[in-house]
Design a protein around this ligand. Structure first.
Ligand SMILES: [Cu+2]
Length: 147
């Protein structure tokens, strides 16, 4: 009897462990910003964010852009301070999160750790990439629910 019980609790424990690892690893998404367009001038990232929504807490955004060279514009990634500066592409209070070199190779990864609005923008050319180049989007990560 005792043996059967412990075998059952062992099975239950294994099952719980399996469930826990599913919820912590495979549910967090890794999303390439802009999909195959990557992080580039002139792609509509507001549209992309709308069709890629919703995003969840602990999802990873991947920004891919080449380091400065003779054929591509340099790009970067900033977090804008608030909705107002995001709309205006005003970089004065923005926080640099990835410089012009950090988008190379496998790209720059940003984990959405907090459930608050994130206002992303390219900071190059004093906001021109953000305004004219459409290189901006907002994300509000949601709590991931189970069932
Ligand atoms: Cu740019």
């Amino acid at each position: 009897m005792a043996v059967r019980l412990s075998a059952m609790s062992l099975m239950l424990g294994t099952l719980l462990l399996a469930l826990a690892s599913i919820s912590t690893t495979s549910l967090a998404a890794r999303v390439i910003v802009g999909d195959s367009a990557h992080w580039t001038f002139g792609y509509n990232y507001t549209e992309w964010a709308n069709k890629s929504s919703p995003f969840y807490q602990n999802d990873t955004l991947v920004f891919m852009y080449d380091p400065p060279n003779s054929t591509t514009f340099p790009h970067s990634v900033y977090l804008m301070k608030n909705l107002r500066s995001f709309i205006a592409c005003d970089l004065r209070k923005a926080k640099l999160v990835a410089n012009v070199l950090q988008g190379g190779g496998d790209g720059f990864e940003f984990v959405l750790k907090k459930r608050k609005p994130h206002y992303f923008a390219c900071g190059e050319r004093n906001g021109i990439h953000c305004s004219v180049g459409l290189m901006k989007f907002a994300v509000l990560p949601l709590r991931r629910c189970h069932g």
